[in-house]
Write a new protein. Structure first.
Length: 345
């Protein structure tokens, strides 16, 4: 975790995806609403290759693209010793250019960098996002449908590749902003401890910590379900992003870790605007009241004060927005920006 002052206070952030098909219009919308804290949007409705995990599987040992099924899968029947050797050679060489994010899988990244660069001002933060290791291991499967999370060797490849992709993203984002910020999206952490995820808590923490350390910039961890939030805290992220519409008071279950997290300079990104038609329709006053009620509940259960929770608050939608209409997504982003202004202390 990077020790921070309160310079990020009350910034609005996006979680990642938008329903738009045109990268330029999506980027222009974000820069208009979030000029100090833009993000490059993933556009999975434009191309399935912008869906979670696809870019991170591209080019890795044993992974094949199936355009008809719109997926990458791991072919365990192939002989991949040479591919593995080449991968680890590149990893040990530390040449992050070998782990660049492809514009075919992130169509809005280059346009966003160009738009920010030509704007004449540097935003406070510029956010990017990748899929976190546990979720990546569960959504990527072999050709029989078995998650690669069960394969220690392949998981080591995925973790190392994710860390270097984050480092590459940092390198191309840094010139146009004061600080790059990389989020690792981990929705599957909500199932840690269940039969659905055959790894223990310590493994989840260690894998996420590895990619956070390699990224070496401001980092965040996002889970849109309820989870053990201390996993993200122990992994060293600077920002915890949660669905605060449904689970705001769940942070209060971790008083000790939360106090330590804030002592190290951590922030909470309150996903208070539902990423749904409901979020487009709910009133801004109701959103603000619900946010403050959640902050009050967390403060009542932990040593962290209301004042500090507000000082270290960011505002986001509860999740990505690719599942709704463009107009609904635009309304939700506008409400996110307005709420951020309301809580500024």
């Amino acid at each position: 975790m990077k020790k921070r002052d309160s310079g990020l206070t009350a910034l609005p952030l996006g979680i990642g995806s938008l329903p738009h098909a045109d990268p330029a219009s999506a980027c222009a919308l974000i820069l208009r609403l979030f000029p100090k804290s833009p993000f490059w949007p993933e556009l999975p409705r434009r191309d399935w290759r912008e869906s979670m995990g696809a870019e991170q599987a591209r080019g890795l040992p044993g992974f094949l693209e199936d355009d008809d099924a719109q997926r990458f899968y791991f072919d365990g029947d192939r002989e991949i010793a040479v591919e593995m050797g080449t991968f680890y050679e590149k990893y040990l060489a530390g040449d992050i250019k070998d782990f660049a994010v492809s514009s075919d899988f992130a169509s809005a990244l280059d346009p966003m960098i160009e738009m920010i660069g030509s704007s004449g001002t540097k935003p406070t933060v510029f956010k990017g996002q990748l899929t976190g290791p546990t979720t990546l291991g569960l959504i990527l499967k072999d050709k029989t449908g078995k998650a690669v999370l069960h394969d220690e060797q392949i998981m080591d490849v995925l973790v190392k590749a994710t860390g270097l992709k984050a480092a590459w993203l940092k390198s191309v984002m840094a010139p146009v902003c004061e600080e790059p910020m990389i989020f690792f999206d981990e929705p599957m952490l909500q199932s840690i401890g269940s039969a659905a995820i055959p790894i223990d808590r310590a493994t989840a923490v260690a894998r996420l910590k590895e990619v956070v350390d390699v990224a070496d910039c401001l980092t965040g961890g996002h889970c849109c379900g309820n989870t053990d939030w201390s996993i993200l805290m122990e992994a060293g992220v600077d920002v915890i992003a949660l669905d605060a519409w449904h689970f705001a008071d769940s942070l209060g279950l971790y008083p000790g870790p939360l106090e330590e997290f804030f002592a190290r300079g951590g922030y909470v990104a309150w996903g208070i605007v539902p990423a749904s038609t409901e979020g487009a329709n709910v009133g801004i006053d109701d959103l603000y009241k619900r946010l403050m009620a959640g902050i009050d509940k967390v403060a009542a259960k932990t040593p962290v004060s209301v004042d500090l929770l507000r000082e270290r608050a960011l505002i986001t939608p509860s999740c990505g927005l690719s599942g709704i209409s463009e107009s609904e997504a635009e309304t939700i982003l506008a409400k996110t920006a307005e709420l951020a202004l309301r809580i500024k202390v």
